[in-house]
Design a protein around this ligand. Structure first.
Ligand SMILES: [Zn+2]
Length: 507
């Protein structure tokens, strides 16, 4: 989704002290939210299908794209006519809520937010941005509900949460060494969200205060002033600053946990098949129609273990993202990077990307950079083509992803990701500034080279192949085994460079 120019906001999360009685009330309310979500989702899907099948919609589609305004007006008329708008679905949700038991458990604002979330899921599906949204089953419970403002519904009052007769006190961080919490609590509250998560086999409740402003920058984290170019690959990250460069695996500890998760999921699947043979077709797919599922004790134990691992994965990732973002900002708070299509990234690399969540990292980095007084500038890949360009001779050549080293006929040899990161730091107004790159290269090259050498030597004995074998300035390879591959790299690069006429770089 395009980033709208919303006023800055951040979240403070605090664990809640919840008694047994409170938890019972909360769970009923969350169940009400789940049922309301399903009702709104069903209605939105029905309206979408009806709207798409209508003559009006088809006519709107036939309007040529050049007639922008007319086309937009026709689509808008259709969405209004079939009630496929956030407002209409919210109204539907409110009627639903007031007509049944849900009304006793949810307030107006919370139920409007639930309806809006369902509508948003269907709208994105309608735009082809995601798959058909699914109903939330009994075991796919709602884990978060939120209010609309701090004026009604779920509210933050003084130092606690109030929601329809419930009063919940959070556990504050008593030490709060960096004053982050104290600072956040002074900011105006936009709205309040309640969340639960599994932790060591128990349900833990949290309140998330969505606050206006930017979070406090921890003073112990250094902030660099310069420009940093960034390159994020499916499993690596490279950064090039004015005084340092960095090349490392992106979220390496996630991999170990996600492998463990896969193993448990497979074991759960085997167990489920063994205890419910009648629920499957001979070809192994799940039989259609009503079924009863039986779960063994072993299965339930595995499920608890899985939840714990998933929580740990999310937590590990969060920590790694935070540390990495801090280190990048220490190199410089003005960050430049290519705008990546994370969806196509995910399509191509699947699980590896999902578990590392690069889009989440970029969001985190952006927020941190902004609270440190800097910014993250993303520019389109299509116009800059940083992975193809050579700043030395201005030539462009498509490299297959397997080629990890940029080795150009003009004498520039650098690890591909580091080189992209360097070029990103020389982008001005969405285009590579060749003159800038040429003037910066002599200073940057030793830094990049040092980062490349460190990455290939020091990574705990394991060297991801994506880094490419290190090559010292004289051109001799650091690793004997890869020398041949790189020799062919060079030959290949030389041949390509000869084939592509050198263009004068833009100055
Ligand atoms: Zn070149």
């Amino acid at each position: 989704m395009p980033r709208r120019n919303k006023p800055p906001a951040f979240v403070l999360e605090l664990p809640l002290r919840v008694s047994r009685a409170d938890e019972r009330v909360l769970l009923v309310r969350f169940e009400a939210a789940r049922q309301l979500y399903n009702a709104c989702l069903g209605e939105a899907l029905r309206r979408l299908d009806r709207m798409r099948a209508s003559e009006e919609w088809q006519a709107a589609r036939r309007i040529p794209r050049e007639q922008k305004d007319e086309r937009r007006r026709a689509f808008r008329a259709a969405t209004n006519r079939y009630g496929f708008t956030a407002f209409a679905i919210e109204a539907f949700g409110t009627t639903c809520k007031n007509a049944c038991w849900i009304g006793e458990h949810l307030d107006a604002h919370t139920s409007q937010k639930v309806a809006r979330r369902a509508f948003e899921a269907v709208r994105q599906y309608g735009f082809g941005k995601r798959g058909r949204p699914r109903f939330k089953g009994r075991f796919k419970a709602v884990t978060a509900v939120e209010g609309k403002s701090n004026a009604a519904g779920i509210r933050w009052r003084g130092d606690r949460v109030e929601w329809k007769g419930l009063v919940l006190s959070p556990l504050f961080d008593r030490k709060d060494r960096h004053g982050v919490q104290a600072f956040a609590l002074q900011c105006p509250v936009q709205y309040v969200r309640l969340v639960w998560r599994w932790m060591h086999g128990r349900r833990r409740w949290y309140v998330q205060l969505v606050l206006r402003g930017r979070p406090k920058w921890k003073d112990r984290n250094p902030v660099g002033d310069g420009i940093v170019g960034l390159d994020i690959g499916p499993s690596t990250i490279a950064a090039s600053g004015e005084e340092a460069a960095l090349l490392e695996p992106f979220c390496p500890s996630v991999e170990f946990l996600s492998r463990k998760i896969r193993r448990i999921q497979r074991a759960m699947d085997r167990s489920r098949r063994a205890t419910n043979p009648d629920n499957y077709n001979p070809d192994g797919t799940i039989r259609k129609g009503p079924k009863r599922w039986v779960y063994s004790h072993g299965y339930l134990r595995l499920r608890a273990e899985l939840r714990e691992l998933q929580r740990r994965l999310a937590e590990t990732r969060k920590t790694e993202h935070g540390n990495l973002a801090n280190r990048v900002i220490a190199m410089g708070r003005n960050i430049r990077m290519e705008k990546l299509s994370y969806r196509s990234f995910q399509k191509q690399y699947g699980r590896s990307v999902r578990d590392r969540a690069p889009a989440g990292f970029v969001n985190r980095l952006r927020r941190k950079a902004e609270s440190a007084g800097g910014e993250v500038v993303e520019f389109p890949t299509r116009t800059t083509c940083l992975s193809q360009v050579c700043h030395g001779c201005g030539s462009r050549q498509k490299k297959p992803l397997s080629r990890r080293i940029h080795a150009c006929g003009c004498g520039i040899v650098m690890q591909r990701d580091l080189y992209s990161a360097f070029l990103a730091s020389c982008v001005e107004e969405g285009a590579l500034h060749a003159g800038l790159a040429q003037s910066r290269w002599p200073g940057a090259e030793p830094l990049l080279r040092a980062a490349w050498r460190d990455a290939t030597c020091d990574w705990k004995g394991r060297r991801p192949s994506s880094f490419g074998g290190y090559r010292s300035q004289s051109g001799s390879s650091g690793q004997g085994g890869t020398a041949n591959a790189e020799a062919s790299d060079l030959a290949w690069a030389g041949r390509e460079a000869a084939a592509v006429p050198a263009r004068t770089p833009r100055l």
